[in-house]
Design a protein around this ligand. Structure first.
Ligand SMILES: [Zn+2]
Length: 424
């Protein structure tokens, strides 16, 4: 049972550019597992996107914008069915059971109390265990795994990290799981944040000490039936999208578009994210992977807040919903004064534009086709909550080739753009 609604929108173009951002760290997750999961689950997400049939009357730029918006923050509202609920329940149960076996208990080395920290990927179990105070249990896992427990002053703020060292042949020296921290700025606006993200530190001898957050767009089961506040100050959206202009609450994570062969955008976004992760690590960048499987329970606000607090810039990967193989462009803050005067947009939109401009320049150098001026202005959740240079890139559309070879070329362009942006 699905419902499609096409909403109004707005188009605006403007170019303006300028400068930079911040960082942090955390522990775990198997990349191999992730990749195979994303492959085998390729078809799972298809039904979510299958009826993303958008009106294509591509006669002018306005239509393109409309489609861009619909592809991006989906016009599609998927009503939750009994089936979906059942499926989710089953998965939760399975996962919880599995996670239990990998629980790692460690004793904190904080002065005041002996607290127990349980490291799992499921917040639900974690919270209850942490709350039910201290027993001093300690277990050691694999030799190359070390636990680091960082306890902040405040109990609530406790962030546990598990770090795994990279082995010979890995392009990372360590990978760490970073858990959600409810005390981060804007964290309270997120509704879906039970998953963690992974920070990979480069194994390159010429580390650049810059962390790039790679956010493979979409891929959150149930994300379309949850609403989050469009802007931190509660003001209304100034351009259309999955939520119409004027609304104050938006779709938490839309389902995205699908390619002409039926493959979901979320799948191709993740495939490119993994290619980009490896390329950046090999070239000295650290990488914060926001999503590494077909389902990450992180809404757009959570993804943005994770990036804000753990990376120097944030790149969200998307494919547009047009069918013209239109080329690469980035989305920056729409040129509406009330939007550009709202924090944190006011303090950061120039950085977003500068990053986007550098990426377009890199793509040109890599020989990737650019759409128009390479820029589109919109009011996106990502932009509305970003406090570091942050862009949504539309690397192609549903008629584009999303093969690994083509995506590698796009990744090359992003690397060139980042080098230009960070002056490396
Ligand atoms: Zn998208």
């Amino acid at each position: 049972m699905k419902k499609k609604k096409i909403l109004g929108l707005m188009l605006a173009g403007t170019l303006l550019f300028s400068a930079c951002g911040k960082n942090a760290g955390g522990p775990h997750v198997s990349t191999t597992k992730v990749e195979s999961t994303s492959l085998t689950e390729k078809n799972e997400s298809l039904d979510e996107n299958i009826d993303v049939t958008l009106e294509t009357s591509n006669e002018n730029g306005a239509e393109d914008t409309k489609e861009a918006i619909s592809g991006h923050e989906a016009e599609i509202t998927v009503e939750t069915t009994a089936e979906t609920t059942a499926e989710t329940a089953t998965e939760t149960t399975t996962e919880t059971t599995a996670e239990t076996t990998t629980e790692i208990l460690s004793e904190t080395s904080v002065e005041n109390t002996s607290e127990i920290t349980v490291e799992t990927t499921e917040e639900s179990t974690v919270d209850s265990t942490i709350a039910s105070t201290a027993e001093t249990t300690k277990e050691t896992t694999k030799e190359n795994t070390k636990e680091t427990t960082k306890a902040a002053k405040d109990d609530k703020e406790e962030v546990t990290e598990k770090t795994t060292e990279g082995e010979a042949g890995d392009n990372y020296s360590s990978k760490s799981t970073i858990k959600w921290n409810a005390d981060w700025k804007y964290a309270s606006f997120s509704k879906i944040n039970s998953d963690s993200v992974t920070l990979y530190k480069t194994a390159s001898s010429s580390a650049k000490n810059k962390t790039i957050a790679i956010n493979a767009g979409h891929g959150t089961k149930g994300g379309t039936s949850v609403k989050t506040q469009c802007h931190p100050d509660g003001s209304a959206k100034v351009s259309g999208g999955s939520t119409a202009k004027g609304a104050t609450m938006a779709t938490a994570v839309s389902s995205g578009t699908s390619f002409l062969d039926g493959t979901s955008e979320a799948y191709a976004n993740l495939q490119l994210a993994i290619i980009l992760k490896d390329l950046l690590l090999e070239n000295g960048y650290d990488v914060l992977m926001i999503r590494e499987s077909s389902d990450s329970q992180l809404d757009n606000i959570a993804r943005t807040v994770f990036a804000n607090n753990n990376a120097d810039c944030h790149i969200a990967i998307h494919y547009d919903s047009t069918e013209t193989d239109k080329g690469f462009f980035f989305i920056g803050a729409i040129d509406v004064s009330s939007y550009k005067n709202m924090e944190p947009v006011k303090s950061h939109w120039k950085e977003h534009d500068a990053l986007g401009k550098a990426l377009v320049s890199g793509e040109k150098a890599a020989g990737v086709k650019i759409y128009g001026g390479g820029y589109m202005g919109l009011d996106l959740t990502q932009i509305s909550y970003s406090t570091i240079p942050s862009v949504d890139i539309e690397v192609g559309d549903r008629a584009s080739d999303y093969s690994k070879a083509t995506q590698s070329k796009i990744a090359d362009g992003i690397l060139l753009g980042l080098d230009e942006y960070f002056g490396k």
